[in-house]
Design a protein around this ligand. Structure first.
Ligand code: GLN
Length: 337
């Protein structure tokens, strides 16, 4: 039954319950989150992709996008950075929308590896199964499965698809693309290993090239918020009004994010924040409150698992201040002890 749709008839409810607080409270919560997180200067800017080491460690921006398209911003929300791993959730959504959840489930999976984003051991331990689309192995397999007739057609699907999530044309940072392409021996090994297990059809290095380009697309914190809000609102971009993917695809992609969006720290993230989120090594984090909105955070210094330190602290503050944790509940009125 796994992977099949259930017919739940009249009780189907896609959106989360409740609503996001009003604009004044969002602005106050953003200011509080910014002040609290700004004081933290732990962490280190990623340098395994050489050009990322040049990022400004002090840059810090937060943006909330509401379902009606209203944006709330504080700090450096217009500094462009490469989207990196955050692209994975959007490409996975595009793939599921194109070929259906079942095929993607069989090839890519939805379970956490418990290992780092670029783990090779996790692939070997699972007999070549990449496990989920949020680690590099699963993301490369996801990109490889896109239905374009050629590599360039697949790249077009990725670039136009992510642009529709953002509501504007996203472009590649060529320097980042070249820097990562010249130093991604580990991802090449992962792509070849997947190919040896029959998990990639066609040329694994061509699929990796599309993946590397997708990671080099430039976004800012505001884009991440809008992209997250699109997943939060059944696949319709709240700023442009354009449908990007189906509501069922959003539901599935968010479930996968909740399990694996922060790699081996996904449990701690869910425990602290209670929402699906996705991080990237350039310092971005997107967080999605289903039916309520999207949050984009940017601050380059990372913890040891490759997740933005300030981004995590600010997101935890915001989700508490705005009451967004999916697991929080109150006793029913009149039933308190
Ligand atoms: N492009 C990066 C890589 O493949 C993305 C990793 C990340 O953001 N965690 O290594």
């Amino acid at each position: 039954m796994r992977g099949d749709e259930f017919d739940v008839g009249d009780i189907a409810q896609r959106a989360g319950t409740g609503s996001i607080p009003d604009s004044d409270r969002i602005d106050a919560a953003l200011a509080g989150a910014y002040e609290r997180a700004r004081r933290h200067d732990e962490g280190a800017v990623a340098d395994y992709i050489p050009i990322l080491a040049r990022a400004d460690a002090h840059a810090f921006g937060l943006c909330v996008a509401q379902g009606d398209g209203r944006l709330h911003e504080v700090g450096d929300t217009r500094i462009p950075f490469s989207i990196q791993s955050i692209s994975k959730v959007f490409v996975y959504a595009l793939l599921c929308d194109a070929i259906g959840r079942q095929r993607a489930l069989e090839v890519v999976g939805v379970n956490n590896t418990g290992s780092a984003f670029n783990s090779v051991i996790a692939i070997e331990l699972n007999r070549g199964h990449p496990m989920n689309p949020m680690v590099n192995a699963g993301a490369i397999a996801t990109t490889a499965m896109l239905p374009g007739a050629t590599t360039e057609a697949n790249w077009h699907l990725v670039q136009t698809g992510l642009s529709r999530f953002a509501g504007r044309d996203l472009i590649v940072d060529d320097e980042v693309y070249r820097s990562e392409s010249a130093t991604n021996e580990r991802n090449r090994a992962i792509a070849e290993l997947l190919s040896s297990y029959g998990r990639i059809e066609g040329d694994p290095l061509a699929a990796l090239d599309v993946y590397t380009r997708q990671c080099s697309l430039l976004v800012d914190a505001r884009d991440l918020a809008v992209m997250g809000a699109t997943l939060a609102h059944g696949g319709v971009n709240p700023v442009t009004g354009e449908r990007v993917v189906s509501a069922d695809v959003c539901r599935d992609a968010l479930a996968v994010l909740a399990a694996s969006g922060l790699y081996e720290r996904s449990g701690e993230w869910l425990f602290d924040i209670g929402l699906p989120g996705k991080s990237g090594v350039s310092g971005g984090i997107v967080t999605v409150a289903p039916g309520k909105g999207g949050l984009g955070a940017y601050s380059p210094p990372l913890d040891s698992a490759g997740n933005s330190v300030r981004g995590q602290i600010a997101t935890a503050y915001l989700t508490r201040a705005l009451g967004l944790n999916l697991f929080a509940s109150e006793p029913r009125v009149g039933e308190e002890a």
